[in-house]
Design a protein around this ligand. Structure first.
Ligand code: HEC
Length: 123
């Protein structure tokens, strides 16, 4: 009985999550259960022009976020590595062969950056 209740709650949770995602409610959870505010992540990417070079699935000058998430899948340091990559002015190789500084996000709130990184890794 207890077990069945648990399953029922699980299903309810999954349904709610699906409904939440399709309604684009701001706060969701990543596959690994971390809190992620998708709307805030996207707002920060718009503000910092990330989408000029990146898209979820369309190859632009930068890798797609799907590809990035796949590459880092199972990497326990993914969040820390990407955070460092995006905030340290790492030199990037641009597809045209030029070397450039990867867009460095300047924001007073590191949690906003971490939230965006979590969103990218969850794609
Ligand atoms: C001028 C184009 C350009 C802009 C603007 C840009 N990127 Fe990139 N990005 C690239 C290129 C090219 C690469 C691949 C080379 C590299 O990893 O440095 C890349 C790589 C990445 C990666 C993968 C890094 C890794 O270690 O695999 C992430 C994540 C990323 N960008 C996120 C962002 C975010 C978030 C922003 C906005 C703050 C942003 N990018 C702005 C061009 C850009």
């Amino acid at each position: 009985m207890k077990h069945n209740t648990h399953i029922a709650l699980g299903l309810l949770g999954a349904t709610l999550l699906a409904a939440t995602l399709s309604a684009c409610a701001p706060v969701t959870r990543t596959a690994s259960g971390q809190i992620c505010n998708a709307a805030a992540a996207k707002a920060l990417m718009m503000k910092d022009h990330c989408l000029t070079c990146h898209s979820l699935t369309k190859q632009k000058s930068g890798p797609t976020f799907k590809a990035v998430a796949k590459r880092y899948q199972g990497n326990p340091n993914a969040e820390a590595d990407l955070y460092a990559h995006l905030t340290s002015d790492d030199v990037s190789k641009m597809p045209d062969g030029d070397t450039g500084y990867h867009k460095c996000i300047r924001t007073e709130n590191p949690e906003r950056i971490r939230n965006m990184v979590r969103w990218i890794l969850d794609q």
